[in-house]
Design a protein around this ligand. Structure first.
Ligand code: ADP
Ligand code: MG
Ligand code: MG
Length: 251
């Protein structure tokens, strides 16, 4: 699914390297957790996967299903199935959540050369996905994220993820600042969407989320490099010992 090879990257108009040789492979159906202290480059990695143009790859490659995506713009990546969930979802006053979802789905279909989704078909899909994720359809009439509680924002985002049927979901600290109920919404959503053909990159500072989304692999990113990889027990080890021990071993 995803093969990151010796990835070096920096902010486009600055000299400092943020990623300094990241190597990471994520298989089809794998849930990989990326953990690491603040400032390690976790968000930078997710922005680069999504294709944000304010970051620049200076060396290495990102292969998605065997092909380099470095030359693809964010819309092309999204169309090919890469989904980035944000740490802080945007509020869009005046745009009903429903309208936003339909626009997002049709933009993706257009980029794929598929026909526009008509309203009845769209409604059927939204209702089915909302029911599966236990989301109240009333919420979808309100402007996207405006006045939403933390839990509602997460529901809206998980619903968006479900409808866009991504192959690779990158979730950048989606858990930060969430109470336990909202955390469970995210985890239930991810677990419902797990499949043999869909992979997740779950980026988190804390182990807590991984009690609910049990990862197949855990990787520690520190100062722009993966310094340790393991299975779910590595997250527990980090919880107990903190990052200091592993950083010391790597040094
Ligand atoms: P994390 O998500 O692990 O906390 P980030 O990717 O946000 O780490 O940041 C990694 C490092 O890169 C930090 O030192 C941060 O200050 C720097 N950095 C990230 N984005 C920018 C930017 N747009 N301009 C300048 N420095 C940046
Ligand atoms: Mg940070
Ligand atoms: Mg971050």
């Amino acid at each position: 699914m995803l093969e990151i090879k010796n990835l070096h990257a920096r902010v486009a108009d600055e000299g400092t390297e943020i990623l300094k040789g990241v190597d990471l492979t994520v298989k089809d159906g794998e849930v990989a957790a990326i953990m690491g202290p603040n400032g390690s480059g976790k968000s930078t990695l997710s922005y680069i996967l999504a294709g944000r143009d304010d970051y620049e790859v200076t060396e290495g490659d990102i292969l998605y299903n065997g092909e380099s995506i470095l030359e693809m713009d964010p819309a092309e990546r999204a169309a090919s199935g890469v989904f980035l969930a944000f740490q802080y979802p945007l509020e869009i006053p005046g745009v009903a959540t429903m309208t936003f979802l339909k626009t997002a789905m049709n933009a993706q279909r257009k980029a794929r050369g598929e026909a526009e989704l008509m309203t009845p078909d769209f409604m059927r899909r939204v209702k089915a996905a909302a029911a599966e994720l236990k989301i109240d359809a009333e919420m979808l009439k309100r402007p996207l994220n405006v006045g939403f509680s933390g839990g509602e924002k997460k529901r809206a985002e998980i619903l968006q993820m479900a409808l866009l049927e991504p192959k690779l979901c990158v979730m950048d600290e989606t858990d930060s600042g969430l109470d336990i109920d909202a955390l469970k919404i995210v985890a239930d959503g991810v677990n419902a969407l797990r499949s043999e053909t869909r992979s997740f990159l779950v980026i988190t500072h804390y182990q807590r989320l991984l009690d609910y989304i049990v990862p197949d692999t855990v990787h520690v990113l520190y100062k722009g490099r993966i310094i340790k990889s393991g299975d779910k027990d590595l997250a527990l080890q980090l919880e107990n010992e903190g990052y200091g021990q592993i950083i010391g071993e790597a040094a």
